[in-house]
Design a protein around this ligand. Structure first.
Ligand code: G6P
Length: 613
């Protein structure tokens, strides 16, 4: 949800900013812009469209400055056009800034500033903030940093900002509240970005700015950090574990395909040091100290958004079945505004790939105020959710760049499965034999997914048949029902085909009315306790001439006779079927989107990290 970058040092800022913006483009791609300070002059370039459109626009202009800021936008206030693009500049041209977040009281501030003679060009909340800083600076004669600090005391909402001024050409001022900001510490140079991906190729040493902190970076005097109430704090420098290769496409046509194929490795990384089937144990170091509390929990509340919410739905089956603890799954955006009942012996688990989703964060903060224990299942190391929770575990999927979540989802499932197994074991609610079987099943996942990926050519052929369908239905039962939801979400996100996921048995209460010979129905019909029931549901689809694409267990003959196409997954306990059945659905969406010439990695209107409500 908007990406911001900044640079101050001895190198030319422009190429660093552009490369950084390309890495952050997953956060929004409505417009892009940069501002550079060169010989005491401020040059601002901004353009509707992608970073590539910006570079074409800038082409032969002067770009020699060694201080600069940049932005890639996901529009909230105002259309995605050139004028609303960031950076935004004060009326007198002395201050320019980039912003990620929302200034909620922008309207009141704007009216007051207009009364004082300020003239606005854009419809954005961000332009109000830069005028407010200008107004304060002019009236008080304070420095840029002090004016920023005073202004931030007047705004409500979320912000990560990076500010520069030709009047203080050797400084960058940055601040954050509820939107992320990382500072990379080079040799006499500093990088700023919404996440570490633009920074990793220059330095591994970073400082994550905390909420309501202001960083003053001076070319000659280095970095100093102050709280918004003006108390100096010492920067805490951390070392990044990320590798640069993880951010490249590595020969794949799209990040999404690369990330689908990375799943065996990603799941293996999730297991490392946490699960050993041969020795018969599973243990999550990150939550070890909280295991007793989880085992004694009155209930587990899982909060998440989007694909992560689907992982939460699967976890409900895992925890209730194996650990016998009641689970409630909540959309973070609904939970936070519902005045929910949260008790001290509730354990709240937030699931989030980015660790920055605004609604999930706000819901967590609310649960914290009411005394619940907070755990995080997060992919991005060092992200806000990983820092505000009492404990948690990283999924270790590695950076996920494609906007549609793939490996982050399957590793979330793996982690939640491990958590349910370890808590079930602790509570004595899982028999030893079943425990061992499930550990074996888990450990076999990477090689089973490798096997499954070998069907990719066949899956592409099947996808080609349905690429022009206007609608699609996805069905599953039990813990495969959330996978039907996820399959449908993936298809609509990246190929813009309307798709719905339904519990297979619920189909007859509505969606069956939609079924005719043009409706592809994707169904998970693997061996397990619901198999025969699903076969009956499949018959109901066929009786209405629907086109059936079934995911079945290897060697299945019954469904093969009824369905138009079957995609086999390796024989497995139904506990791991949600993880395996996800893969063909990911590939189907991917191939259909490619065939429809959609932008697979950056689907329209979406952003990977949603840091606004
Ligand atoms: C956005 C992304 C989804 C993601 C959701 C929740 O909508 O496009 O892929 O599932 O946010 O994000 P999180 O980072 O909290 O998992």
């Amino acid at each position: 949800m908007c990406g911001i970058v900044g640079y101050i040092g001895n190198k030319k800022a422009y190429p660093i900013l552009i490369k950084g913006l390309s890495r952050l483009e997953y956060r929004g791609y409505d417009s892009a812009g940069v501002a550079l300070l060169e010989d005491g002059k401020l040059n601002v370039f901004k353009r509707q469209g992608k970073v590539l459109d910006l570079t074409n626009f800038v082409a032969d202009n002067p770009t020699n400055g060694t201080v600069g800021i940049g932005h890639t936008r996901w529009a909230t206030h105002g259309l995605p056009n050139d004028i609303n693009a960031h950076p935004h500049t004060s009326g007198d041209g002395s201050i320019t800034l980039v912003h990620n977040g929302i200034i909620e009281n922008y309207d009141i501030l704007k009216k007051e500033l207009i009364k004082r003679g300020h003239v606005f060009k854009s419809e954005t909340d961000t332009e109000v903030l830069v005028h407010l800083i200008e107004d304060i600076k002019e009236k008080s004669g304070a420095s840029l940093a002090e004016s920023v600090r005073i202004a931030l005391n007047e705004v409500h909402g979320a912000y990560a900002i990076v500010v520069i001024s030709p009047e203080e050409p050797n400084k960058i001022i940055a601040a954050k509240k509820s939107s992320p900001l990382v500072i990379g510490m080079g040799e006499d140079e500093y990088y700023l970005a919404s996440d570490a991906t633009p920074i990793i190729e220059y330095t591994k040493n970073v400082v994550y700015l905390e909420d309501e902190q202001i960083a003053i970076i001076d070319r000659y005097n280095g970095l100093r950090i102050f709280s918004i109430s003006n108390k100096e704090v010492s920067p805490y420098v951390q070392e990044l574990e990320m590798q640069l290769e993880e951010l490249e496409k590595g020969g794949y046509e799209h990040f999404m395909l690369k990330e689908i194929y990375e799943q065996p490795r990603a799941i293996h990384d999730s297991f490392r040091g946490r699960l050993n089937a041969k020795e018969g144990w599973v243990s999550l170091g990150g939550i070890k100290d909280y295991e007793d509390q989880i085992a004694k929990a009155n209930r587990i509340i899982i909060i998440a958004c989007g694909t992560s919410w689907h992982a939460a739905l699967v976890a409900e089956y895992y925890f209730e079945d194996l650990a016998r603890i009641p689970v409630e799954v909540e959309y973070a955006s609904e939970f936070r505004y519902r005045n929910p009942i949260i008790r001290k012996d509730d354990v709240v688990i937030a699931i989030s790939q980015s660790g920055e989703t605004a609604d999930t964060l706000a819901a967590l903060k609310m649960a914290k105020e009411q005394g619940a224990t907070l755990l995080g299942i997060v992919n991005v190391v060092g992200s806000t959710i990983s820092r505000v929770t009492d404990a948690g575990s990283y999924t270790h999927a590695g950076p996920e760049i494609g906007v549609a979540s793939t490996k982050a989802f399957t590793t979330q499932l793996v982690l939640l499965a491990m958590m349910a197994l370890s808590i079930g074991k602790k509570r004595g609610t899982i028999e030893d034999k079943k425990f061992q079987t499930l550990l074996d099943e888990m450990e076999a996942l990477p090689s089973k997914i490798e096997q499954l990926l070998k069907s990719d050519d066949y899956i592409r052929e099947v996808s080609a048949i349905y690429k022009d369908a206007p609608n699609a239905l996805y069905l599953g039962r039990g813990s495969s029902f959330p996978i039907a939801l996820e399959g449908a979400l993936k298809l609509k996100e990246i190929s813009y085909i309307h798709a719905e996921g339904y519990p297979a048995a619920e189909m007859k209460h509505g969606p069956i009315a939609l079924i005719d010979e043009n409706m592809p129905v994707f169904v998970i019909a693997t061996q397990g306790q619901n198999y025969e029931k699903v076969v009956s549901n499949i018959q109901e689809v066929k009786a209405r001439k629907g086109k059936l694409i079934a995911i079945v267990s290897k060697g299945d003959t019954t469904v093969r006779e009824i369905a138009d196409h079957v995609i086999e997954i390796p024989n497995s306990d139904e506990f791991v079927v949600p993880i395996l059945a996800t893969i063909p659905f990911q590939l189907i969406s991917y191939h259909i989107a490619v065939m429809r010439e959609c932008n697979v990695d950056q689907p329209r209107n979406l952003a990977k990290s949603v840091t606004v409500e």
